[in-house]
Design a protein around this ligand. Structure first.
Ligand SMILES: *Cc1c(COP(=O)(O)O)cnc(C)c1O
Length: 393
């Protein structure tokens, strides 16, 4: 019995007719760019996020890039973020010409550690990009306090956290501007690329609208050099159908996470920690253990697909070597890169699949720690040989 890491096909089976109808509607209208389908999805998505405005863009990376630009950030500026995230977070900062400044994570939640932010601020710092990693909001209250005190913008990278809440407020309405990805595997996924920016600030929404469409202010007038970064009407129509199911899917993800956590409770493995006052929507279910590589191999041999998010922290990526970071600079990011393991997670994951995966993980952990114990034990054959060799010398 193979268990995939995600199962987009299972989800599509439950939506087939509604999606076909939505696609047919766009084909019949022949309005493929902009139009009512886009406007209608933007309204629904803003409302879902409890934000005043939403604007569709081509993908999550562009959402970040355009949002940072919309705040007037670029060359000579610094933007603080985490190194324990997908590269797009920092690549988008760099794309504006600004410099990404990495700080370490809180080892419990793996989101940016607010206590590390103050000392990273310089007179060039303009913003903080908080990543709601794996589906759990970053600790926004202390981040917003720092930002208010030091005159910085707060952006949310909510690409993995559609529908998650912090102190009763949805992601997308927690900072100055928020960025979403609708990459197919995300909690709300298109059938291709897609993204959105949400904000309560009308001026920011307007600037995004301009930047995504060649800096256009009217058909023949371009106020600034912009980009071609629009959300297709087809994707907007599909997303609107899927948005209606998002809460149900997130609830199913949460249920699967609870099963995992209960099954792994006595195993000595670190399971996801959910901060008080936050809800987690489990884009990924990530455990941490020193036996990561052995467990991953055993799962692979048993037909269970896993992932590592992320094996190389951004401050150590070749693409960012010019920033001058070194191994040891961000100890918790580096520890998580070595120990994190993402188990299969999707809304349709079944109880017996979780049971089977957890049983393999538990058995592999016990076996691996037993072998380590034997290798390190003073009574092991290897240790005794070393002892004898020492005596002979
Ligand atoms: C997926 C993702 C992005 C980028 O989104 P794309 O739509 O793939 O461009 C950015 N940040 C995080 C944290 C992501 O997981």
């Amino acid at each position: 019995m193979q268990i995939p890491f995600v199962n987009l096909k299972a989800q599509y089976e439950t939506l087939k007719d509604e999606v076909a109808e939505a696609i047919q509607g766009i084909l019949d209208s022949a309005q493929f760019i902009g139009g009512e389908a886009l406007a209608s999805f933007e309204r629904d998505f803003a409302e879902y996020c409890q934000a005043r405005h939403a604007r569709g863009v081509a993908n999550g990376t562009d959402a970040l890039h355009l949002a940072i630009r919309a705040l007037g950030i670029g060359h000579g500026d610094e933007v603080i973020t985490t190194a324990h995230t997908f590269i797009a977070t920092a690549a988008a900062i760099a794309a504006t010409g600004a410099r990404p400044v990495f700080v370490d994570i809180d080892p419990d939640t793996c989101t940016i550690d607010p206590r590390m932010i103050d000392r990273a601020i310089t007179d060039r710092t303009k913003a903080i990009v908080a990543v709601h990693l794996f589906g759990q909001p970053a600790d926004m209250d202390p981040i917003k306090d720092i930002a208010r005190r030091r005159g910085l913008y707060v952006l949310e990278d909510a690409a993995q956290a559609h529908g998650a809440e912090y102190q009763g407020i949805r992601t997308g309405a927690l900072g100055d501007v928020a960025c979403f990805s609708f990459y197919p595997g995300k909690n709300l996924g298109a059938y291709g690329d897609g993204g959105a920016v949400t904000t309560n600030n009308a001026a920011i929404a307007e600037r995004i609208e301009r930047l995504r469409d060649h800096g256009r202010t009217s058909h023949y007038s371009h106020a600034e050099i912009g980009f071609n970064s629009r959300l297709d009407a087809l994707q907007a129509a599909i997303l609107q159908v899927k948005l209606r199911r998002l809460d149900e899917w997130n609830a199913n993800r949460r249920r699967a996470a609870e099963w995992y956590t209960a099954e792994l409770a006595q195993s000595g493995i670190k399971t996801p920690f959910v901060r008080k006052g936050s809800t987690h929507v489990y884009h990924l279910y990530v455990i941490a253990t020193k036996e990561r590589d052995a467990i991953r191999k055993t799962l692979d041999e048993a037909g269970v697909a896993t992932g590592i998010h992320y094996p190389v922290p951004l401050h150590l990526q070749p693409a960012f070597v010019h920033l001058g970071y070194r191994l040891g600079d961000l100890p918790y990011c580096e520890a998580m890169a070595a120990q994190s393991l993402s188990l299969p997670m999707f809304p349709e994951l079944a109880r017996d699949q979780v049971r089977r995966i957890a049983a393999i993980v538990r058995a592999a952990t016990e076996q691996d720690s037993q072998q380590k114990l034997q290798r390190e034990s003073p009574y092991s054959p290897a240790a005794q040989r070393a002892e004898t060799a020492k005596e002979l010398r």
